[in-house]
Design a protein around this ligand. Structure first.
Ligand code: NAP
Length: 518
């Protein structure tokens, strides 16, 4: 089921309206106070909180035909969350009905659709609307947004385009010569029948460990190309009983307690990442113990033993990944896919395999978000140029030179150990604080100073110095590969992110009067 296309616009101007010179394909220019780009968890959460505050002048643009972001796009067999669902959902829209501790992707997607319907967001949504260029007009104090379906003018821009939205495709010599289906894990080709096929999977990250056991069930042969071995811990999943679900529905306190316990358990476990040697040793021992227990063959075990410190990249959770790799028709190739020549796929180690289909579970363009190339700020440069040495921000949410713009899920707002939704909600609180401040001060234009951004960035660099993410000996998407800086991950407890970044303070901002048109 999909959410119907957006309804009534906030204001639609004909050819003579403001911004008419930039009219898009549909020839309309729609004015709105707040323009949100992206209808995943970030954009939907922002929309709900705006609507609940009675702020009605907002529009959410979404390039796809449905809401849901990562949970819409990732439909691979086995897709599920590896953060408990009671925690991986909005605190202001808890769901007593999660079927399991780790809900399947489809259930999370349905949760998001329900949020949109029941919170009255449908009229604010513009689905199938791809943003092509976003420009700040300093004389107007407005963002001008050109899409493939008309233009928008907004006072405030919220980028909620996600960090797992642009697949990263590996450069493999000859890949174009492969005659069978080749697709990324986040763009699953459901028309490809993999039953009885010889399938190659490239990558061994969070997506791969979920998809490999599923493919092993149907494929005739399965080859997993592993560039580096992940640490894998057991996944403590189970279905909730009907009685538990009834209890959660009847007693919101019980639900809240369960959620709170999950949050603080995760926070406690995080101490391992912060460089406490005994805690790191204990976590590594748990993961390697799990490997030893599940994989008796010494050669396979050696190939599956990571050569970097635990926590350097995301620790994975699975009970069926190791067993799947030991099935007689499954091969772990402990090097990356190097080249393809027709049906023949050859690894870096020179091992060749004849395959019918290739699945690229190779992750996303997270540290260099392509969307940043489309956003032009006050100085005329793009956000991508501003982030040329890696993403930077103040409060993980605002960027110098980009007035009245907020980035959800952007620089240093990601977590490896707990719920992304907690971080998103913190950022939404910050945005709402800024909007309230503007409302009380004549809609003043807010631009964080370059000094404030530099100081925040220096603080992140200092916090990440000597940590496992920088010194752990791995290559990960938490770290910008050009600058070597930790640009994606928040290098501390989640609750410290909230303490530091949930409350808007105008002090580090340059304030400019709203212009006549404002
Ligand atoms: P990922 O963690 O970035 O893993 C990508 C995998 O592809 C890695 O094993 C990587 O190898 C490999 N790879 C990338 N480029 C390659 C190349 N050119 N040649 C060979 N191998 C290559 O991506 P993901 O598994 O899609 O997960 C991304 C993120 O999505 C996760 O970290 C997580 O936050 C989220 N996710 C969450 C869940 C969940 O349950 N909550 C599920 C799936 C995904 P290296 O390790 O050597 O770099």
């Amino acid at each position: 089921m999909s959410v119907p296309d957006g309804g009534r616009p906030a204001t639609v101007h004909g050819p003579t309206g403001p911004g008419a010179g930039e009219r898009g394909a549909s020839g309309t220019v729609e004015e709105t106070d707040v323009l949100v780009v992206g209808a995943g968890f970030g954009g939907i959460g922002m929309g709900i909180r705006l609507a609940r505050r009675g702020l009605d002048s907002f529009v959410i643009l979404e390039r796809a035909q449905d809401v849901g972001g990562t949970w819409r796009d990732n439909t691979y067999p086995g897709v599920a969350c590896d953060i408990p669902s009671h925690l991986y959902s909005f605190s202001f829209r808890q769901n007593p009905d999660w079927s399991r501790v780790f809900a399947p992707g489809e259930e999370i997607q349905e949760y998001l659709r329900r949020c949109v319907r029941e919170e009255g967001l449908t009229a604010h949504l513009r689905l199938g609307t791809d943003v092509q260029q976003v420009d700040w007009h300093d004389d107007e104090g407005r963002w001008h947004v050109r899409t493939d379906r008309g233009s928008f003018v907004a006072r405030v821009l919220v980028l909620a385009v996600g960090r797992l939205s642009e697949p990263l495709l590996p450069r493999v010599d000859g890949l174009e010569t492969f005659p069978g289906p080749v697709f990324h894990s986040a763009a699953w080709d459901h028309t490809a029948d993999l039953t009885g096929a010889r399938v190659g999977v490239v990558g061994t990250g969070a997506s791969a460990v979920q998809v490999v056991p599923e493919l092993a069930r149907v494929a005739r042969e399965l080859v997993v190309f592993q560039r580096s071995a992940p640490y894998v811990l057991p996944r403590q999943d189970r279905a909730y009983t009907a009685a538990e679900r009834r209890l959660f529905a009847l007693d919101p306190d019980a639900l809240q307690q369960s959620r709170s316990a999950m949050f603080w358990d995760a926070e406690q476990a995080f101490v391992q990442r912060l460089g406490v040697p005994a805690a790191i040793d204990a976590l590594r021992a748990r993961a390697l113990g799990h490997l030893a227990e599940r994989v008796p063959d010494p050669a396979l075990r050696a190939a599956l033993t990571p050569d970097y410190e635990i926590g350097c990249k995301r620790v994975l959770f699975s009970n069926d990944y190791y067993p799947a790799l030991q099935a007689p028709h499954v091969t772990l190739e402990p090097t990356a896919l190097a080249r393809v020549d027709g049906t023949r796929a050859t690894s870096v180690a020179g091992h060749g395999f004849d395959l019918d289909a290739l699945v690229l579970a190779t992750g996303f363009q997270s540290t260099r978000p392509p969307f940043a190339r489309r956003v032009v700020g006050r100085h005329g440069g793009t956000l991508a140029e501003h982030w040329g040495d890696g993403m930077t921000s103040y409060a993980s949410t605002v960027v110098h030179g980009f007035p009245n713009m907020f980035v959800i899920d952007g620089p240093n707002a990601s977590l490896g150990h707990s719920s992304a939704i907690y971080m998103i909600e913190t950022q939404i609180d910050y945005v709402l604080g800024a909007l309230a401040f503007q409302g009380a001060h004549g809609q003043v234009v807010l631009e964080v100073t370059a000094d404030a951004e530099r100081a925040y960035t220096a603080m992140i660099d200092e916090m990440s110095r000597d940590t496992v993410w920088i010194d752990g000996g791995c290559r990960s998407w938490y770290v910008d590969e050009h600058s070597g800086r930790l640009t994606l991950l928040w290098p501390d407890f989640a609750h410290r992110f909230r303490e530091r970044n949930a409350t808007f303070d105008p002090a580090p901002y340059r304030l400019a009067a709203a212009t006549a048109s404002g």
